[in-house]
Structures are given as C-alpha cells and as structure tokens.
Design a protein around this ligand. Structure first.
Ligand code: SAM
Length: 434
C-alpha cells in the first residue's frame, strides 16, 4: 500500500491516514475506513464526530485531497450514540493536543454539535507533528528540517534514530530518505532504498510507533526495534549477531546520548559488526536540553574520533516586519501630530507652496525619495527646501504561537574507514593519481 505521507495520489483512499482539518489550530488524524469494524452494519463506514458535526467516511473516501466536506445532515445511525470505547479513545487522543475539553464534550453530545465543514488533507510530516498523539516531547519542524539537512539525509540514505518517542522525527526522516517502495517497481532497479531504523526503549511506545508505521503504509521503510540502545546498540535483530543497518546518519534524542556513542564506531570493541555504513562518512546529531549534557557528549565524541563537532540552538521565530504609519505635518516633519490617511493626503498637505509641490512631485516620480533609507529621512534638515516623503520606522514583532521544543543540537562527522584495499582500488580507478 503506498503511503499517503510519501505518494498521496490525487484522491483519499480507504485505509489511508487522513488529516481532518477543522480550523487553523485543530486537525484530527484518522484512518479512513469504508466499514466500521466496531459497529459493523453502518453503511456509511466509520464516522468521525467533531465539534463541527459528524463526518461519515463514505463522504470522505474517493474525494480529492483538499476537498471541503460538509458535515452529514442525515441521521448516520451513529449520531446520538456514544462512540465505542476504542474509537472514542482514538478521537479523544487525537484532539487532546488541541482543544481536548471541547472535543470530548462534543463527542458526548454529537447531536448538539454545530453543523459545519472540514477540509480533507493528506498527511505530511509537518502536519503530523502538529496533530499526532503526544506520548513524549517531540522534535518539531524547525528543528528536524535543520537536523536532516545537516545529517545529509537524502534519498537512498539510512538513518538510525533513538528514541522513537512519538514518531515525529521518524516521519520527517523517512520522507527525506525515501527512494521507492521495497516491493515497488523501483525495487527491481539497482538503487539503494532509503530506510529509517528506529529504536525505542519503552515497550508500549515502541509498540504504538510500530502500529502507526504500519497504518501509515511505511512498513519496510521504517523498522522499529524495542531496545535499550545504551546496552544493546543498533544492530537489527539480535544485538550481537544481528544485521548492520549500514547507517549514513544517526539522530540521538535520548536522555544520555553519550552512553550510546560507544556503539557508533567503525570497529566495536566486542568484535560485533559496526552499525555504520563502511563506505560512507557518518553524520551524527544529538539533541540535549542542557549544556552539561552537551559537554559530556562532546568529550566522548572527541575520544571516539568524531570530527567537525559543533553545537547549534535552533531558535525559530516568525517575525512580522512592517513600517509604522508616520505623520507628516505641513513642513513634512516626522512625528508631527497630523496623521494623513494616504500618500495623496500627505501630498495635498504639502501643496501649500507651489514650488515645493513641484519638487515633491518630481522627486516622487523619480523615486528618489522612496529609495531613501530611514537614516537619510530622519537626517533631512528641516529648513532644507526638499519635501520629506517618509517611509516610516521599521518595526517587528515575533509570533508567539510557533510550537518548538528547542534543545542544543550537537553535530559531528566520522570519516569513512580507508584501508590498503581501498587505496589499491582507488589507484586502479585513477592510475594517474600517484
Ligand atoms: N524524537 C522523538 C519524537 O520526535 O517524537 C521523541 C523522543 S523522546 C524525547 C525520547 C525517547 O527516548 C523516549 O520515548 C524514551 O523512552 C526513549 N529512550 C530513553 N532511553 C532510551 C534507551 N536507552 N534506548 C532507547 N530509547 C530510549
């Protein structure tokens, strides 16, 4: 099954994960089901009850993504009934990240809910991050986009992730390395398919991420392992004899990342295989909330041969920049008490003197005033016979709504191994390179 996260197609299909977009800050994830397993017999399929009305999935399936869907006006059979426990839990969990209290009351009394509409949208890692059921703190888009860029995550790469937590980073990482489906047409071509190898120590969280990966059509592209990586490292399957993921990039979102570093070496001490790709540089990022943890991590990175170590804090703010409206008096002096409503009004005030008006028009037409910097404008002498066309002071505000959970990011690289054999091969390939 193709994943709507990676190749959504044009229309929503049964069993796809979809995001029901109710308003800017409220999106409910749901799996579209043509039949309602819990209340079998409903011909409208599963029903999503929201504060804006009930949406039987029969009205969502096969609709183009992005469609506006109006709430059902007919008695869907499920209205007025409490949803089954499993479904109720699912919807409550989804809404808990937004306005849980309101939603839970609308679930109890769906018949009282206002009839409205929603937009049917396919999931992206960004929208999933904002709507997913939080089981832990998560990595948000401003951080993971920068991390994946610095990790050189690209189609065909293999990323190790620990811990999986709520799966926020997992979805962004798999999109970055996606290079075709394991059983798709591209699998027959000789190209490396991307993969995320995700490790999680908490049993229930690991099980839930596994379930989600499967529901989201990402089986084969994400492999979730229930594991304490401090103890047992990053091989797939058995911790000692298992297969190496041959990772090109590693992201550690762990309470003590330094405890996992001993496994991320070219030649592990215990003689087991390295989880790193021997033919590639390894790119590593750790995510830690305090500088003491960063120090411990950096110290060990140096001892283990990691290079180019740097620390970054992503401090993402959306900044709203605009010019303040500035008043002009008859003399064209900034800060006067007369505030014109438009440029025309400001000009008309300056037209008291014919000569000045002509100059103003001329200057305005030539655009010379408009290109002046604020410094030029404020330093215009009052008695200079040049009219002032004031641009206004630049002001900015930061938007407080952006969700981030910022930590210190430590980046490092481990060069690939270079053996005698590699040198020989290289010389055969480039004989003149003596
Ligand atoms: N990056 C995740 C996301 O974006 O959703 C959030 C990760 S959460 C902050 C940290 C996770 O690391 C927790 O789920 C925790 O159970 C897991 N963890 C802690 N110690 C671990 C260990 N030794 N091995 C594997 N996972 C571990």
């Amino acid at each position: 099954m193709p994943s709507p996260f990676l190749t959504p197609g044009s229309h929503a299909q049964a069993d796809d994960v979809a995001l029901l977009h109710l308003r800017r800050d409220q999106t409910i994830p749901t799996i579209l089901r043509a039949t309602d397993n819990e209340n079998s017999g409903y011909k409208e399929g599963k029903v999503s009850n929201t504060r804006f009305g009930s949406f039987p999935h029969s009205t969502l399936i096969n609709q183009p993504w992005g469609s506006q869907i109006v709430a059902s006006k007919v008695d869907t059979g499920s209205r007025g009934r409490k949803p089954s426990n499993k479904r109720k839990a699912e919807e409550l969990e989804a809404s808990a990240t937004t306005t849980g209290a309101e939603d839970s009351s609308s679930l109890k009394k769906p018949e009282a809910a206002a009839s409205g509409f929603l937009h049917l949208t396919y999931p992206t890692p960004e929208s999933w991050t904002l709507s997913l059921p939080h089981r832990t703190q998560v990595v948000y888009t401003p951080d993971y986009s920068y991390i994946l860029h610095r990790l050189r995550a690209r189609p065909g790469g293999t990323v190790i992730e620990a811990g999986a937590g709520s799966g926020s980073f997992t979805h962004a990482a798999v999109r970055a390395v996606f290079n075709g489906y394991p059983n798709g047409a591209s699998a027959t071509k000789k190209r490396r398919l991307g993969k995320v190898c995700s490790f999680e120590f908490h049993e229930q969280r690991a099980a839930r991420v596994k379930e989600e990966i499967s529901e989201h059509g990402l089986d084969g592209l994400v492999e979730v392992t229930h594991r304490d990586v401090y103890e047992d490292g990053f091989l797939l399957g058995d911790p000692k004899t298992g297969q190496s993921p041959k990772a090109t990039a590693i992201f550690l979102d762990l309470p003590a990342p330094w405890l996992a570093l001993k496994h991320l070496v070219r030649k592990p001490a215990s003689g087991i295989e390295s989880p790193l790709d021997p033919s590639s540089t390894a790119y590593l990022c750790t995510f830690s909330p305090c500088l003491e943890q960063v120090e411990r991590t950096v110290r060990l990175m140096r001892q283990l041969g990691w290079l180019d170590i740097s620390m970054v804090e992503v401090n993402h703010h959306r900044i709203d920049v605009k010019r303040e409206r500035i008043g002009l008096d008859c003399e064209g002096v900034r800060g006067a008490t007369v505030y014109p409503k438009s440029v025309d009004e400001a000009l008309s005030k300056l037209l008291t003197d014919d000569e000045r008006a002509k100059r103003l028009r001329l200057a305005h037409l030539q655009g010379t005033r408009a290109n002046r910097t604020e410094e030029d404008t404020t330093s215009t002498p009052k008695d200079q016979n040049v009219p002032t066309y004031n641009l206004g002071r630049l002001v900015h505000r930061t938007e407080s709504e952006i969700k981030t959970h910022t930590s210190y990011l430590v980046f490092a690289i481990l060069p690939r191994d270079w053996s005698e054999e590699d040198e020989k091969k290289c010389r055969q390939q480039w004989p003149s390179d003596k």
